[in-house]
Design a binder for this molecule. Sequence first.
Ligand SMILES: Cc1ncc(COP(=O)(O)O)c(C=O)c1O
Ligand SMILES: [Zn+2]
Length: 426
Amino acid sequence: MKSGLNYVCGLRCVGCSAVCPLTENVYTCPSCGENLQIEYDYDAVCRQWSRDELERNPDRSLWRYQALYPVETGITAPPVGWTPLFRADRLGESLKLSSLWIKDDGRNPSASFKDRASAVVLSRACDIGCDLVTGASTGNAGSSTAVLAAACGIRARIFIPHTAPRAKVAQLLAFGAEVLAVEGTYDQAFDLCLSATERFGWYNRNTGYNPFTREGKKSVSFEICEQMGWQVPDLVVVPVGDGNIISGVWKGFAEFQRIGFIDRVPRLLAVQADGSDAVVRALEGDGKIRPVSGKTVADSISVSLPRDGTAAVQAIRSSGGIGVRVGDAEILGAIIELARGAGVFAEPAAAASLAGLKKAVSCGMVASNETVVLLVTGNGLKDIASVMKVAGEPRIIPPDPEKLVLYCRSGDEFRVARASELPHSD
Ligand SMILES: Cc1ncc(COP(=O)(O)O)c(C=O)c1O
Ligand SMILES: [Zn+2]
Protein backbone atom coordinates (compact mmCIF):
# COMPACT_ATOMS: atom_id res chain seq x y z
CA MET A 1 0.00 0.00 0.00
CA LYS A 2 1.37 3.42 -0.95
CA SER A 3 1.39 6.33 1.50
CA GLY A 4 -1.41 8.84 1.08
CA LEU A 5 1.20 11.48 0.30
CA ASN A 6 1.17 10.10 -3.24
CA TYR A 7 -2.53 10.89 -3.58
CA VAL A 8 -2.68 14.40 -2.06
CA CYS A 9 -4.05 16.81 -4.64
CA GLY A 10 -4.12 19.93 -2.52
CA LEU A 11 -5.52 21.73 0.51
CA ARG A 12 -8.98 23.27 0.27
CA CYS A 13 -9.96 26.22 2.45
CA VAL A 14 -12.99 25.51 4.65
CA GLY A 15 -13.92 29.20 4.36
CA CYS A 16 -13.50 30.35 0.73
CA SER A 17 -12.85 26.94 -0.95
CA ALA A 18 -9.59 28.15 -2.53
CA VAL A 19 -7.12 25.32 -3.13
CA CYS A 20 -3.41 25.56 -2.44
CA PRO A 21 -0.57 23.05 -2.80
CA LEU A 22 0.99 21.08 0.06
CA THR A 23 4.20 22.90 0.88
CA GLU A 24 6.47 22.77 3.94
CA ASN A 25 5.06 25.82 5.69
CA VAL A 26 1.41 25.52 4.78
CA TYR A 27 -1.02 26.09 7.65
CA THR A 28 -4.02 28.30 6.87
CA CYS A 29 -5.59 29.71 3.70
CA PRO A 30 -3.37 32.33 2.03
CA SER A 31 -6.50 34.15 0.80
CA CYS A 32 -8.77 34.33 3.84
CA GLY A 33 -6.87 32.84 6.79
CA GLU A 34 -9.37 30.02 7.47
CA ASN A 35 -8.28 26.44 8.13
CA LEU A 36 -7.38 24.08 5.33
CA GLN A 37 -8.53 20.55 4.58
CA ILE A 38 -6.28 18.04 2.81
CA GLU A 39 -7.83 16.44 -0.26
CA TYR A 40 -6.75 13.27 -2.03
CA ASP A 41 -7.27 11.78 -5.46
CA TYR A 42 -9.89 9.36 -4.13
CA ASP A 43 -10.29 7.54 -7.46
CA ALA A 44 -6.58 6.72 -7.39
CA VAL A 45 -6.88 5.55 -3.77
CA CYS A 46 -9.77 3.27 -4.81
CA ARG A 47 -7.70 1.72 -7.56
CA GLN A 48 -4.84 0.88 -5.18
CA TRP A 49 -6.69 -0.16 -2.03
CA SER A 50 -9.59 -2.42 -1.11
CA ARG A 51 -11.47 -3.51 1.99
CA ASP A 52 -10.07 -7.03 1.51
CA GLU A 53 -6.53 -5.75 1.48
CA LEU A 54 -7.22 -3.65 4.56
CA GLU A 55 -8.66 -6.61 6.46
CA ARG A 56 -5.52 -8.64 5.73
CA ASN A 57 -3.26 -5.89 7.12
CA PRO A 58 -1.74 -7.19 10.39
CA ASP A 59 -0.97 -3.67 11.69
CA ARG A 60 -3.07 -2.92 14.77
CA SER A 61 -2.59 0.84 14.93
CA LEU A 62 -3.82 3.87 13.01
CA TRP A 63 -1.10 3.23 10.41
CA ARG A 64 -3.19 0.46 8.86
CA TYR A 65 -4.87 3.31 6.94
CA GLN A 66 -1.68 4.82 5.57
CA ALA A 67 -3.19 5.21 2.09
CA LEU A 68 -5.19 8.12 3.52
CA TYR A 69 -2.50 9.97 5.49
CA PRO A 70 -0.36 12.69 3.91
CA VAL A 71 2.92 11.41 5.35
CA GLU A 72 5.79 9.15 4.34
CA THR A 73 7.16 8.33 7.79
CA GLY A 74 4.84 6.49 10.17
CA ILE A 75 5.88 6.73 13.80
CA THR A 76 4.97 3.21 14.82
CA ALA A 77 6.13 3.17 18.45
CA PRO A 78 4.48 3.68 20.80
CA PRO A 79 1.46 2.44 18.83
CA VAL A 80 -1.46 4.86 18.56
CA GLY A 81 -5.07 4.02 17.76
CA TRP A 82 -6.97 0.76 17.28
CA THR A 83 -8.41 1.42 20.73
CA PRO A 84 -11.12 -0.91 22.08
CA LEU A 85 -14.68 -0.55 20.82
CA PHE A 86 -17.17 -2.52 22.91
CA ARG A 87 -20.85 -2.77 23.76
CA ALA A 88 -22.01 -1.04 26.93
CA ASP A 89 -25.26 -2.92 27.52
CA ARG A 90 -25.92 -1.98 31.15
CA LEU A 91 -25.32 1.68 30.45
CA GLY A 92 -27.40 1.35 27.29
CA GLU A 93 -30.31 -0.11 29.26
CA SER A 94 -30.24 2.77 31.71
CA LEU A 95 -30.59 5.15 28.76
CA LYS A 96 -33.19 2.90 27.08
CA LEU A 97 -30.89 2.41 24.09
CA SER A 98 -30.71 -1.06 22.56
CA SER A 99 -27.26 -0.69 20.99
CA LEU A 100 -24.78 1.53 22.80
CA TRP A 101 -21.05 1.21 22.12
CA ILE A 102 -18.03 2.86 23.69
CA LYS A 103 -14.84 3.71 21.82
CA ASP A 104 -12.31 4.13 24.61
CA ASP A 105 -9.61 6.47 23.39
CA GLY A 106 -8.25 6.93 26.88
CA ARG A 107 -6.35 3.75 25.99
CA ASN A 108 -3.80 5.60 23.82
CA PRO A 109 -0.13 6.12 24.86
CA SER A 110 -0.72 9.48 26.54
CA ALA A 111 -4.24 8.45 27.58
CA SER A 112 -6.16 10.69 25.20
CA PHE A 113 -7.59 10.90 21.68
CA LYS A 114 -5.02 13.61 20.87
CA ASP A 115 -2.37 10.97 20.16
CA ARG A 116 -4.08 10.35 16.84
CA ALA A 117 -3.34 13.89 15.68
CA SER A 118 0.13 13.96 17.20
CA ALA A 119 1.12 10.71 15.46
CA VAL A 120 0.41 12.22 12.04
CA VAL A 121 1.80 15.68 12.87
CA LEU A 122 5.05 14.25 14.27
CA SER A 123 5.36 12.02 11.22
CA ARG A 124 5.04 15.13 9.07
CA ALA A 125 7.70 16.81 11.22
CA CYS A 126 10.02 13.85 10.51
CA ASP A 127 9.19 13.99 6.78
CA ILE A 128 10.21 17.64 6.54
CA GLY A 129 13.20 17.32 8.88
CA CYS A 130 12.03 19.43 11.86
CA ASP A 131 13.88 19.10 15.13
CA LEU A 132 11.42 21.13 17.24
CA VAL A 133 7.63 21.08 17.44
CA THR A 134 5.60 23.64 19.33
CA GLY A 135 1.93 23.76 20.25
CA ALA A 136 -0.64 25.28 22.57
CA SER A 137 -2.82 22.94 24.53
CA THR A 138 -5.26 22.64 27.39
CA GLY A 139 -2.99 19.72 28.34
CA ASN A 140 -3.83 16.66 26.27
CA ALA A 141 -2.60 17.79 22.87
CA GLY A 142 0.61 18.92 24.56
CA SER A 143 1.21 15.73 26.49
CA SER A 144 0.53 13.64 23.42
CA THR A 145 2.95 15.78 21.38
CA ALA A 146 5.51 15.27 24.15
CA VAL A 147 5.09 11.47 24.08
CA LEU A 148 5.51 11.16 20.34
CA ALA A 149 8.25 13.79 20.12
CA ALA A 150 10.18 11.83 22.74
CA ALA A 151 9.64 8.66 20.73
CA CYS A 152 11.24 10.13 17.63
CA GLY A 153 13.85 12.37 19.23
CA ILE A 154 12.27 15.75 18.43
CA ARG A 155 12.12 18.61 20.94
CA ALA A 156 8.67 19.74 22.12
CA ARG A 157 7.90 23.28 23.35
CA ILE A 158 4.38 23.40 24.75
CA PHE A 159 2.23 26.35 25.87
CA ILE A 160 -0.51 25.53 28.38
CA PRO A 161 -2.81 27.57 30.62
CA HIS A 162 -1.21 27.62 34.08
CA THR A 163 -4.41 26.07 35.47
CA ALA A 164 -3.99 22.81 33.49
CA PRO A 165 -4.62 19.68 35.62
CA ARG A 166 -1.46 18.49 37.40
CA ALA A 167 -1.45 15.04 35.81
CA LYS A 168 -1.25 16.58 32.33
CA VAL A 169 1.59 18.85 33.45
CA ALA A 170 3.36 15.84 35.01
CA GLN A 171 3.12 13.98 31.70
CA LEU A 172 4.55 16.93 29.79
CA LEU A 173 7.49 17.23 32.16
CA ALA A 174 8.14 13.50 32.35
CA PHE A 175 8.30 13.19 28.57
CA GLY A 176 10.83 16.01 28.48
CA ALA A 177 8.82 18.83 26.89
CA GLU A 178 9.74 22.42 27.58
CA VAL A 179 6.58 23.60 29.34
CA LEU A 180 5.50 27.24 29.20
CA ALA A 181 2.59 27.73 31.62
CA VAL A 182 0.84 30.90 30.48
CA GLU A 183 -0.84 33.11 33.09
CA GLY A 184 -4.05 33.13 31.11
CA THR A 185 -6.55 30.93 29.30
CA TYR A 186 -6.05 28.28 26.64
CA ASP A 187 -7.10 30.85 24.04
CA GLN A 188 -4.36 33.21 25.19
CA ALA A 189 -1.81 30.39 25.18
CA PHE A 190 -2.90 29.55 21.62
CA ASP A 191 -2.43 33.13 20.40
CA LEU A 192 0.93 33.45 22.14
CA CYS A 193 2.14 30.20 20.61
CA LEU A 194 1.01 31.35 17.16
CA SER A 195 2.78 34.69 17.35
CA ALA A 196 5.99 33.03 18.59
CA THR A 197 5.76 30.50 15.75
CA GLU A 198 5.40 33.26 13.16
CA ARG A 199 8.32 35.13 14.66
CA PHE A 200 10.73 32.24 15.19
CA GLY A 201 9.65 29.83 12.45
CA TRP A 202 9.02 26.72 14.57
CA TYR A 203 6.88 23.83 13.36
CA ASN A 204 3.43 24.31 14.92
CA ARG A 205 0.97 21.58 15.89
CA ASN A 206 -1.86 23.84 17.07
CA THR A 207 -5.22 22.11 16.84
CA GLY A 208 -7.09 22.96 13.65
CA TYR A 209 -4.48 25.50 12.54
CA ASN A 210 -2.23 22.64 11.45
CA PRO A 211 -4.25 20.69 8.83
CA PHE A 212 -2.44 17.46 9.71
CA THR A 213 -4.24 17.35 13.08
CA ARG A 214 -7.58 16.60 11.40
CA GLU A 215 -5.88 13.91 9.31
CA GLY A 216 -4.87 11.99 12.44
CA LYS A 217 -8.23 12.40 14.10
CA LYS A 218 -10.18 10.94 11.19
CA SER A 219 -8.55 7.56 11.95
CA VAL A 220 -11.10 6.91 14.70
CA SER A 221 -13.90 6.70 12.14
CA PHE A 222 -11.94 4.26 9.98
CA GLU A 223 -11.54 2.06 13.06
CA ILE A 224 -15.20 2.29 14.05
CA CYS A 225 -16.25 1.11 10.56
CA GLU A 226 -13.89 -1.85 10.64
CA GLN A 227 -14.45 -2.80 14.28
CA MET A 228 -18.22 -2.84 13.75
CA GLY A 229 -17.84 -5.20 10.80
CA TRP A 230 -18.66 -2.40 8.33
CA GLN A 231 -22.05 -1.75 9.98
CA VAL A 232 -21.98 2.04 10.21
CA PRO A 233 -23.52 3.34 13.47
CA ASP A 234 -26.49 5.70 13.34
CA LEU A 235 -25.01 8.24 15.71
CA VAL A 236 -21.52 9.11 16.97
CA VAL A 237 -21.28 11.29 20.08
CA VAL A 238 -18.31 13.67 20.27
CA PRO A 239 -17.27 16.19 22.96
CA VAL A 240 -16.37 19.48 21.29
CA GLY A 241 -13.93 22.23 22.24
CA ASP A 242 -11.99 23.55 19.24
CA GLY A 243 -14.06 21.29 16.99
CA ASN A 244 -11.11 19.47 15.44
CA ILE A 245 -12.05 16.00 16.70
CA ILE A 246 -15.55 16.27 15.29
CA SER A 247 -14.39 17.65 11.95
CA GLY A 248 -11.88 14.78 11.80
CA VAL A 249 -14.52 12.20 12.71
CA TRP A 250 -16.66 13.48 9.86
CA LYS A 251 -13.77 13.49 7.37
CA GLY A 252 -13.02 9.86 8.22
CA PHE A 253 -16.55 8.65 7.53
CA ALA A 254 -16.90 10.84 4.44
CA GLU A 255 -13.63 9.52 2.99
CA PHE A 256 -14.54 5.88 3.57
CA GLN A 257 -17.84 6.53 1.85
CA ARG A 258 -16.07 8.31 -1.01
CA ILE A 259 -13.79 5.33 -1.68
CA GLY A 260 -16.70 2.91 -1.41
CA PHE A 261 -15.72 1.17 1.85
CA ILE A 262 -19.09 2.13 3.44
CA ASP A 263 -22.39 3.09 1.87
CA ARG A 264 -23.72 5.54 4.44
CA VAL A 265 -22.47 7.87 7.16
CA PRO A 266 -23.64 8.46 10.74
CA ARG A 267 -25.20 11.56 12.26
CA LEU A 268 -22.89 13.40 14.65
CA LEU A 269 -23.96 14.60 18.08
CA ALA A 270 -21.73 17.47 19.24
CA VAL A 271 -21.60 17.99 23.00
CA GLN A 272 -20.37 21.23 24.53
CA ALA A 273 -20.29 22.63 28.04
CA ASP A 274 -22.72 25.45 28.90
CA GLY A 275 -20.01 28.09 29.18
CA SER A 276 -18.06 26.85 26.19
CA ASP A 277 -20.76 26.47 23.57
CA ALA A 278 -19.61 28.53 20.57
CA VAL A 279 -20.16 25.67 18.11
CA VAL A 280 -23.67 24.87 19.40
CA ARG A 281 -24.57 28.58 19.21
CA ALA A 282 -23.30 28.71 15.62
CA LEU A 283 -25.38 25.62 14.77
CA GLU A 284 -28.47 27.27 16.23
CA GLY A 285 -27.73 30.56 14.46
CA ASP A 286 -26.07 31.62 11.23
CA GLY A 287 -23.24 29.07 11.32
CA LYS A 288 -20.64 31.70 12.26
CA ILE A 289 -18.32 31.15 15.22
CA ARG A 290 -18.23 33.90 17.86
CA PRO A 291 -16.29 33.84 21.14
CA VAL A 292 -17.98 32.83 24.41
CA SER A 293 -16.69 32.80 28.00
CA GLY A 294 -15.19 29.32 27.70
CA LYS A 295 -15.75 28.57 31.38
CA THR A 296 -16.32 24.93 32.37
CA VAL A 297 -14.98 22.30 34.74
CA ALA A 298 -14.10 20.21 31.66
CA ASP A 299 -10.73 21.83 30.98
CA SER A 300 -10.15 20.04 27.65
CA ILE A 301 -13.23 21.60 26.09
CA SER A 302 -12.83 24.97 27.80
CA VAL A 303 -12.49 27.15 24.72
CA SER A 304 -13.63 30.70 24.02
CA LEU A 305 -13.02 30.75 20.26
CA PRO A 306 -13.01 27.25 18.71
CA ARG A 307 -10.04 27.03 16.34
CA ASP A 308 -11.65 24.55 14.00
CA GLY A 309 -15.16 25.87 14.49
CA THR A 310 -16.05 26.48 10.85
CA ALA A 311 -15.08 22.95 9.85
CA ALA A 312 -16.92 21.58 12.91
CA VAL A 313 -20.17 23.34 12.02
CA GLN A 314 -19.89 22.14 8.41
CA ALA A 315 -19.23 18.58 9.62
CA ILE A 316 -22.20 18.47 11.98
CA ARG A 317 -24.55 20.01 9.41
CA SER A 318 -23.35 17.73 6.60
CA SER A 319 -24.02 14.70 8.80
CA GLY A 320 -27.57 15.89 9.57
CA GLY A 321 -26.36 16.05 13.15
CA ILE A 322 -27.19 18.06 16.22
CA GLY A 323 -25.52 19.91 19.08
CA VAL A 324 -26.37 19.96 22.78
CA ARG A 325 -24.92 21.76 25.77
CA VAL A 326 -24.51 20.30 29.25
CA GLY A 327 -23.82 21.82 32.66
CA ASP A 328 -20.78 21.14 34.82
CA ALA A 329 -22.83 19.12 37.32
CA GLU A 330 -24.11 16.89 34.51
CA ILE A 331 -20.55 16.39 33.26
CA LEU A 332 -19.21 15.42 36.68
CA GLY A 333 -22.19 13.13 37.28
CA ALA A 334 -21.51 11.43 33.96
CA ILE A 335 -17.97 10.51 35.10
CA ILE A 336 -19.52 8.40 37.84
CA GLU A 337 -22.25 6.93 35.61
CA LEU A 338 -19.72 5.91 32.97
CA ALA A 339 -17.43 4.38 35.58
CA ARG A 340 -20.15 2.44 37.39
CA GLY A 341 -22.33 1.69 34.36
CA ALA A 342 -19.65 0.62 31.90
CA GLY A 343 -16.33 0.29 33.75
CA VAL A 344 -14.76 3.21 31.90
CA PHE A 345 -12.91 6.02 33.66
CA ALA A 346 -13.18 9.33 31.81
CA GLU A 347 -11.87 12.82 32.39
CA PRO A 348 -14.60 15.52 32.48
CA ALA A 349 -14.44 16.43 28.77
CA ALA A 350 -14.70 12.78 27.81
CA ALA A 351 -17.62 12.14 30.16
CA ALA A 352 -19.38 15.09 28.55
CA SER A 353 -20.18 12.66 25.72
CA LEU A 354 -22.42 10.66 28.02
CA ALA A 355 -23.99 13.76 29.58
CA GLY A 356 -24.82 15.03 26.08
CA LEU A 357 -26.20 11.69 24.93
CA LYS A 358 -28.49 11.55 27.97
CA LYS A 359 -29.76 15.02 27.17
CA ALA A 360 -30.33 14.19 23.51
CA VAL A 361 -32.20 10.99 24.43
CA SER A 362 -34.38 12.79 26.96
CA CYS A 363 -35.24 15.47 24.38
CA GLY A 364 -36.29 12.80 21.89
CA MET A 365 -33.41 13.52 19.50
CA VAL A 366 -32.22 9.89 19.57
CA ALA A 367 -34.47 6.86 19.02
CA SER A 368 -34.12 3.82 21.29
CA ASN A 369 -33.26 1.48 18.40
CA GLU A 370 -30.42 3.61 17.03
CA THR A 371 -26.88 2.24 17.16
CA VAL A 372 -24.85 4.80 19.08
CA VAL A 373 -21.09 5.11 19.54
CA LEU A 374 -19.91 7.20 22.46
CA LEU A 375 -16.39 8.58 22.02
CA VAL A 376 -14.53 8.60 25.32
CA THR A 377 -11.66 10.92 24.51
CA GLY A 378 -9.51 11.02 27.65
CA ASN A 379 -8.79 8.90 30.71
CA GLY A 380 -10.06 9.85 34.16
CA LEU A 381 -6.58 9.71 35.69
CA LYS A 382 -5.85 12.92 33.76
CA ASP A 383 -7.86 15.01 36.22
CA ILE A 384 -8.28 13.48 39.66
CA ALA A 385 -9.24 16.77 41.33
CA SER A 386 -12.45 16.98 39.29
CA VAL A 387 -13.60 13.42 39.88
CA MET A 388 -12.96 13.78 43.62
CA LYS A 389 -15.63 16.49 43.67
CA VAL A 390 -18.24 13.80 43.06
CA ALA A 391 -16.67 10.43 43.89
CA GLY A 392 -16.84 10.81 47.69
CA GLU A 393 -14.03 10.14 50.18
CA PRO A 394 -12.82 6.87 51.69
CA ARG A 395 -13.37 6.30 55.42
CA ILE A 396 -10.25 6.49 57.55
CA ILE A 397 -10.16 3.48 59.88
CA PRO A 398 -7.84 2.14 62.58
CA PRO A 399 -5.75 -0.97 61.72
CA ASP A 400 -7.79 -3.06 64.17
CA PRO A 401 -9.99 -6.01 63.04
CA GLU A 402 -12.29 -5.57 66.06
CA LYS A 403 -13.06 -1.98 65.06
CA LEU A 404 -13.59 -2.75 61.37
CA VAL A 405 -16.99 -1.37 60.37
CA LEU A 406 -18.45 -1.92 56.91
CA TYR A 407 -21.44 -0.89 54.88
CA CYS A 408 -23.99 -3.66 54.63
CA ARG A 409 -27.33 -3.85 52.89
CA SER A 410 -30.44 -3.69 55.01
CA GLY A 411 -33.43 -4.02 52.68
CA ASP A 412 -33.01 -1.21 50.19
CA GLU A 413 -30.77 0.80 52.47
CA PHE A 414 -27.18 0.62 53.57
CA ARG A 415 -26.17 0.71 57.25
CA VAL A 416 -22.83 0.58 58.99
CA ALA A 417 -22.08 -2.55 61.03
CA ARG A 418 -19.13 -4.16 62.78
CA ALA A 419 -17.49 -6.66 60.42
CA SER A 420 -17.31 -9.24 63.21
CA GLU A 421 -21.15 -9.13 63.53
CA LEU A 422 -21.90 -9.59 59.84
CA PRO A 423 -22.73 -12.87 58.11
CA HIS A 424 -19.88 -14.04 55.86
CA SER A 425 -21.65 -13.11 52.61
CA ASP A 426 -21.93 -9.39 53.47
C1 LIG B 1 -10.29 14.63 26.28
C2 LIG B 1 -10.71 15.58 25.22
N1 LIG B 1 -11.98 15.54 24.76
C3 LIG B 1 -12.42 16.39 23.84
C4 LIG B 1 -11.61 17.37 23.32
C5 LIG B 1 -12.18 18.31 22.29
O1 LIG B 1 -11.54 18.22 21.06
P1 LIG B 1 -11.58 19.47 20.08
O2 LIG B 1 -10.89 20.59 20.82
O3 LIG B 1 -10.87 19.06 18.86
O4 LIG B 1 -13.01 19.78 19.86
C6 LIG B 1 -10.28 17.46 23.74
C7 LIG B 1 -9.38 18.50 23.24
O5 LIG B 1 -8.40 18.85 23.88
C8 LIG B 1 -9.81 16.54 24.70
O6 LIG B 1 -8.56 16.56 25.15
ZN1 LIG C 1 -9.85 30.82 2.28
